[in-house]
Design a protein around this ligand. Structure first.
Ligand code: PBG
Length: 330
């Protein structure tokens, strides 16, 4: 029989800081974090993003400086997203395939200056298309799966050739992980990882990100024909199963906190590395609460990040990464 009060007092192990540390079931370190960075055109440029207070776009020189900050704080990896100049956005998003685009220049500059940090790159066409969708659209505006997947393969190879360590397809096209994996193998990129945005929901939490990459004003309609319905969990497991079968090294659940249940189910079902993306709207909610005087930033940030670790994540993409890493003494 299990002991009960007064023999058992669960408060006993909580009674002193050393004991709470000793009994902590989960740890959070700077190495658990991936820091998303937005790239701006030009040089010496910093562009604050109004809907993401505290986050800026940086030109490639500034991106390199941020990568150094991240490395010095113990962060494992940065994730890159370009704000492609409007004039280079086309119906077919072909700038994604330019070996000298903002993304490739940033990858190369980081790999030269800060070779010991991981570089994760987003595969999807939304920062490059004139209509703001992640893929190619037909006359009705429907995002075409197989035609898009073909372009995504070329985009992934372009990023791998520039030096990307982790290819992260965020587009939700069917079958693209297998095609990208085959192409990477064929081109000799055998150690380039794929972290698939496997369970990515059609979410209301992406607004500030779309401002940051300049696609909000351009986007025609919504992304519900390719991103997942927030009502579904079994479907997330099917998405993950397929991406793993097709050769993903790790999988992502996105957004983060509203989908902790999905993280737990994926981790339990597959026992593979799972990552969460604490997305722009989640960051903005915390910052808005802090600005309104209704919450304290530091403990709230750390609590949300710990929640992802507790749920089973290997790591978290978060705009609070540098701040959080420094809070942890990084
Ligand atoms: C697009 C992409 C999005 C995010 C990452 N990659 C937005 C979208 O799907 O519209 C969102 C990240 C965030 O909100 O922080 N492929």
């Amino acid at each position: 029989m299990t002991a009960s009060y007064p023999a058992l007092r669960l408060r006993r192990t909580r009674s002193a800081p050393w004991s709470r540390r000793l009994h902590a079931e989960t740890i959070l370190t700077p190495a658990d974090l991936i820091w998303p960075l937005f790239i701006a055109d030009g040089e010496g440029v910093e562009e604050p993003i109004a809907s993401l207070p505290g986050v800026s776009r940086w030109s490639v020189d500034g991106i390199v400086a941020r990568a150094k900050d991240a490395r010095d704080a113990g962060i494992a990896c940065v994730a890159l997203f370009p704000n492609t100049p409007r004039a280079l956005r086309t119906e077919d998003g072909r700038e994604a395939l330019n070996p000298d685009n903002l993304m490739c220049r940033a990858i190369g500059a980081i790999k030269d200056a800060v070779p010991d940090i991981g570089v994760l790159t987003d595969v999807a066409l939304d920062p490059y298309t004139a209509h703001g969708h992640d893929g190619l659209v037909d006359m009705q505006g429907y995002v075409l799966n197989d035609d898009t997947a073909e372009v995504l393969v070329a985009q992934a190879l372009n990023q791998a050739a520039a030096g990307a360590d982790i290819i992260a397809p965020s587009d939700m096209m069917d079958g693209r992980i297998g095609l990208i994996r085959d192409a990477l193998e064929e081109e000799g990129h055998v150690n380039v990882q794929i972290m698939s945005y496997a369970a990515k929901y059609a979410s209301a939490f992406y607004g500030p990100f779309r401002d940051a990459v300049g696609s909000r004003g351009l986007l025609k309609g919504d992304k519900k024909t390719y991103q997942m319905d927030p009502a579904n969990a079994e479907e997330a497991l099917r998405e993950v199963a397929l991406d793993l079968q097709e050769g993903a090294d790790s999988v992502m659940v996105k957004p983060g906190l509203p989908y902790l249940d999905i993280i737990v189910r994926v981790k339990n079902a597959f026992e593979v590395p799972v990552f969460a993306y604490q997305v722009s709207g989640e960051y903005a909610m915390i910052e808005a609460a802090v600005a309104a005087g209704s919450a304290e930033r530091d403990p709230m940030v750390l609590e949300t990040l710990m929640a992802f670790k507790r749920a089973g994540c290997s790591g978290v993409l978060t705009y609070h990464a540098l701040h959080a890493a420094r809070l942890m003494g990084g």
